[in-house]
Design a protein around this ligand. Structure first.
Ligand code: VG1
Ligand code: CO
Length: 544
C-alpha cells in the first residue's frame, strides 16, 4: 500500500458555517484546500479506524473528483469501509438514514445545498456524526482548530474507484462499497407512511400532482417513490435528472427560484398538489392549487395531523423550531399539551433534542421540516407526510390550511433577504442594532410597542452548551416579531435576513397578502436598523 504524506499549510477560512464549509468551486479547487479540511476532520475525531463511514453528495460539479480524493484519504487514514452512493449521489437525508442504519461512525456530505452549482458556482463539505446528524458546534469548532494548524495530510496513491457499478472493491486495506442511492431511504419511508392509501389517491384519477426536483439530487428518489412505487403517472416528476450545474438554476424551493412549478400550480387548470426540493434534498416547498403553504405553517400542520400517519400514530413527544421560524407550531404544541423548543438556526441544534426523545418533529422557516426518523431535515419525507394527510382527510390543501388557521389563528410571516451586501456594512448594521437593544423596550412604533429585545442565546437543555449571538429579536406586546441575522451559508459578501411575523386570530382577516399585513413591521424593521441606508439597497433581493 502506498500512503503518501503531503506537506501543506493552513487556509484560514475553513470555519464551518450554519451547515459545513461552503465556498466557490474555485476556492475548493486550490491545491490542498479540500485535502486540508478532510484531514482536519480525521485529526479531530477518534476511534474511527477500521469502522464504516458514509460518503455522497448532491451531484454538483466537483462531486466526483472530491469523492475520489476523500476515498483515498479515508483509506490512508485507516477507515475500514466506506459506503458511497452510486455515481457519488446521496441526498442529505439519505446519508443520514444510511449512517444510522449501518451504525457508521459518521459521514461526509458534499453539497452547498440550494446554492448554485457548476464551475462558477459553489461547493461544500459537511461532516455528520454517528447519530446521522450534522456535527454539533463542539465538533465543528474542533475541526476548525485543526484547520488552523495543519501541516500535512495523508492520501493513498491509487487509481480512481469506479463509482457507477454497485458492489465492493478494495482501496488499500479499505473496502469501498458502492450502494444504491435510493433503496435504504425508500424502505425507511415505507415504514413511516401509508403507501397503500397514498397509491390509491395517486391512481384514483381524482388527484394530480407535480414534483419539481430542480435538476438536483432528489430526481432519482422522486422517480422511484412517486412514479415507480406509488403509481403516479410518468412525468409527475419534473427536472428529475441531477445535473452538475442544476441546469443553470438555483435549486432553492421557494416562490422565487422554483418559478416553473409556481407557474404550473398558479396557472390554468392546475394540479391539486405541487412540491419542490433543493440541491441536496433536505428542503421542500408545498403548494396546493393556486395556494402556497409557508414552511412555518407546514410544520404546524404536520404536528397537528401527525397521528393520521402510521409512523406517528401514537402521538408526538414534543416539537422544536428554529428561533426565526414562525410561532404557528407553538400554538399546536400548546393545544396538544407537549413541549415546544426554540433553537438557533441550523439543523445541528435539533440533534440532541431528537436523540434525547424530547421532540419528534422539528422545522425551520427556510423550507425545512423533519422528524426523529433521521437527523437531517427531509424534503421528500415532508412531501409524503402531506400526501398521507391529504389521502386520509380527502381535502384540498387550501381548505386544510384554512381550517387550521380557523382553529389556531394565522401567523403572517415573511423573510426578506438582502444578498451580497458588503460584509463591513452588514457587520456595522448588526453592531448598531446590538447597541440599541437595551433602549428598545417600551418604545412605541405606530400601534406596536416593544416588549423585549435581545440577541438570542441558546442553552442546550441536554448537554448545557451555550450558543450566543444567534440573531437579534425585537418582540412586540401583540406577539409580533422582527428578527435580524446574518446568513452562515452564503459565499459572497454577507446576506442579511430579516424575519417578520404577526399573529391574527380573527378568521375574517385570514385572507390578506402577507406583505400587506406585515407592511408596518417591514417599515419598522427598516427604521430601527436603517437597512436601506446601510446596505445601499432599496429593496430585498429575495422575499419568501
Ligand atoms: C440557511 C437557513 C437555515 C438552514 C441552513 C442550511 O442558513 O436559514 O435555516 O438550516 O441554510 O440549510 P443561513 O445561515 O444561510 O441562514 V441547507 O438546505 O442550505 O443545508
Ligand atoms: Co439543503
Amino acid at each position: 500500500m502506498n500512503i503518501k504524506t503531503v506537506a501543506t499549510t493552513p487556509f484560514l477560512d475553513q470555519k464551518p458555517g450554519t451547515s459545513g464549509v461552503r465556498k466557490l468551486v474555485s476556492a475548493f479547487k486550490q491545491p490542498h484546500y479540500l485535502e486540508n479540511f478532510i484531514q482536519s476532520i480525521f485529526n479531530s475525531i477518534e476511534d474511527y479506524q477500521g469502522q464504516t463511514m458514509i460518503l455522497g453528495g448532491d451531484g454538483r460539479y466537483y462531486n466526483r473528483q472530491a469523492i475520489q480524493t476523500i476515498l483515498k484519504m479515508a483509506a490512508a487514514n485507516g477507515v475500514g469501509r466506506v459506503k458511497v452512493g452510486r455515481g457519488g449521489i446521496l441526498s442529505t437525508p439519505a446519508t443520514s438514514c444510511v449512517i444510522r442504519k449501518y451504525n457508521a461512525f459518521g459521514g461526509i456530505v458534499l453539497s452547498a445545498s440550494h446554492n448554485p452549482g457548476g464551475p462558477d458556482g459553489d461547493f461544500g463539505v459537511k461532516y455528520n456524526t454517528s447519530n446521522g446528524g450534522p456535527a454539533p458546534e463542539k465538533v465543528t469548532a474542533a475541526i476548525f482548530e485543526k484547520t488552523k494548524v495543519i501541516d500535512k495530510y495523508k492520501i493513498l496513491e491509487a487509481p480512481d474507484v469506479n463509482l457507477d457499478t454497485l458492489g465492493e472493491s478494495k482501496l488499500g486495506d479499505m473496502v469501498v462499497e458502492v450502494i444504491d442511492s435510493v433503496q435504504d431511504y425508500e424502505k425507511l419511508m415505507e415504514s413511516l407512511f401509508d403507501f397503500d392509501r397514498i397509491r390509491e389517491m395517486l391512481t384514483s384519477g381524482k388527484f394530480r400532482m407535480c414534483v419539481d426536483s430542480m435538476h438536483a439530487v432528489t430526481g432519482p428518489y422522486a422517480h422511484a417513490l412517486f412514479e415507480q412505487r406509488l403509481g403516479a403517472p410518468a412525468g409527475t416528476v419534473k427536472n428529475g435528472t441531477p445535473l452538475e450545474d442544476f441546469g443553470g438554476g438555483h435549486p432553492d424551493p421557494n416562490l422565487v427560484y422554483a418559478h416553473d412549478l409556481v407557474e404550473i400550480l398558479f396557472g390554468e387548470n392546475p394540479p391539486d398538489f405541487g412540491a419542490a426540493s433543493d440541491g441536496d434534498g433536505d428542503r421542500n416547498m408545498i403548494l396546493g392549487r393556486k395556494f402556497f403553504v409557508t414552511p412555518s405553517d407546514s410544520l404546524a400542520v404536520l404536528a397537528a395531523n401527525a397521528t393520521l400517519v402510521p409512523g406517528y400514530k401514537d402521538g408526538i413527544a414534543g416539537v422544536a423550531r428554529s428561533m426565526p421560524t414562525s410561532q404557528a407550531v407553538d400554538r399546536v404544541a400548546a393545544s396538544l399539551g407537549i413541549d415546544c423548543y426554540e433553537t438557533p438556526t441550523g439543523w445541528k441544534f435539533f440533534g440532541n433534542l431528537l436523540d434525547a426523545g424530547k421532540i419528534t418533529l422539528c422545522g425551520e422557516e427556510s423550507f425545512g421540516t423533519g422528524s426523529n426518523h433521521i437527523r437531517e431535515k427531509d424534503g421528500l419525507w415532508a412531501v409524503l407526510f402531506w400526501l398521507n394527510i391529504l389521502a386520509v382527510k380527502q381535502q384540498p390543501v387550501e381548505q386544510l390550511m384554512r381550517e387550521h388557521w380557523q382553529k389556531y389563528g394565522r401567523n403572517y410571516y415573511s423573510r426578506h433577504d438582502y444578498e451580497a451586501v458588503d460584509s463591513d456594512r452588514a457587520n456595522q448594521l448588526i453592531t448598531k442594532l446590538r447597541e440599541q437593544i437595551p433602549n428598545l423596550k417600551g418604545k412605541k412604533f405606530g400601534d406596536r410597542e416593544v416588549e423585549y429585545s435581545d440577541d438570542f442565546s441558546y442553552t442546550d437543555p441536554v448537554d448545557g452548551s451555550v450558543s450566543k449571538n444567534q440573531g437579534i429579536r425585537i418582540g412586540f406586546t401583540d406577539g409580533s416579531r422582527i428578527v435580524y441575522r446574518l446568513s452562515g451559508t452564503g459565499t459572497q459578501g454577507a446576506t442579511l435576513r430579516i424575519y417578520l411575523e404577526s399573529y391574527e386570530p380573527d378568521p375574517s382577516k385570514h385572507d390578506l397578502d402577507p406583505q400587506q399585513s406585515l407592511a408596518d413591521l417591514i417599515a419598522i424593521a427598516d427604521e430601527v436598523a436603517q437597512v436601506r441606508a446601510l446596505t445601499g439597497m432599496e429593496k430585498p433581493t429575495v422575499i419568501t
